[in-house]
Design a protein around this ligand. Structure first.
Ligand SMILES: N[C@@H](CCC(=O)N[C@@H](CS)C(=O)NCC(=O)O)C(=O)O
Length: 219
């Protein structure tokens, strides 16, 4: 089986962005194929993914079908994807795990859409969304305070914890979410990372046929 990284539509696929960042940060040289979300190619994702979801990485005889597992696979090859210090590494893994299993209100209310003209949601955030927004900024603030010396990212250098939050950065920009100063600086640092620039450019070049009204009409 040839090595390959399957991604969903870059404009929308937050989990694909996380997996892609891990692969690129690890320096794995694999071809990429985008399988558009929303059924434009019926059965295409199910044909390559045991879970029916993307991202999926086939590499050197291994098949990995979840972004968190792709991150761990990549970190085995490039340990610097996690912080070097044991306690910092444990903190970074906790952040990634909390992102993976939590923040449901944020994900539902603000789906990732890299091409959205920045505009706030019309409705004021409900209590659950407010709690997610506050928790996110608390995580970023506390981590920057404790571990952020030496660079603009959560642990100084860009790690898998930053990859986990990159789609949140995208959402905060797309939905013009007001942030406290520490979080705003962190958001801007992540967005300016060259890999984010590359992802956004590729997303902007995707065919209009891949646009999905359910994401384009979020107000
Ligand atoms: N826990 C999975 C979630 C993957 C996931 O939900 N992927 C979405 C795209 S972001 C998907 O494949 N959806 C299938 C579809 O919309 O057809 C991971 O971390 O990789």
């Amino acid at each position: 089986m040839n090595d390959i990284l399957y991604l969903g539509t870059r404009r929308y696929s937050s989990w694909s962005l996380r997996g892609w960042l891990a692969v690129r940060l690890a320096g794995l040289s694999v071809p990429e194929e985008v399988l558009p979300l929303g059924g434009a190619l019926p059965g295409a994702i199910a044909a390559v993914s045991p879970s029916g979801l993307v991202p999926v990485l086939r590499h050197d005889g291994a098949l990995i079908w979840d972004s968190l597992a792709i991150g761990e696979y990549c970190a085995e090859r490039r340990p610097a994807l996690w912080p070097g210090d044991r306690a910092a590494r444990a903190h970074a893994r906790s952040l990634s795990a909390e992102m993976h299993s939590g923040f449901r209100a944020l994900r539902v209310a603000m789906p990732m859409n890299c091409g959205r003209t920045p505009a706030p949601l019309q409705a004021a955030p409900d209590a659950e969304l407010q709690a997610d927004l506050a928790r996110m900024q608390q995580l970023w603030r506390e981590t920057r305070d404790h571990f952020g010396e030496g660079g603009p990212f959560l642990f100084g250098a860009f790690t898998l914890a930053d990859a986990a939050f990159a789609p949140v950065v995208s959402r905060f920009l797309s939905y013009a979410v007001p942030l406290e100063p520490v979080a705003a600086r962190y958001r801007d640092a992540v967005r300016a990372h060259p890999l984010l620039e590359e992802w956004y450019a590729a997303a902007a070049a995707e065919p209009v046929e891949w646009l999905l009204s359910r994401y384009e009409t979020v107000r």
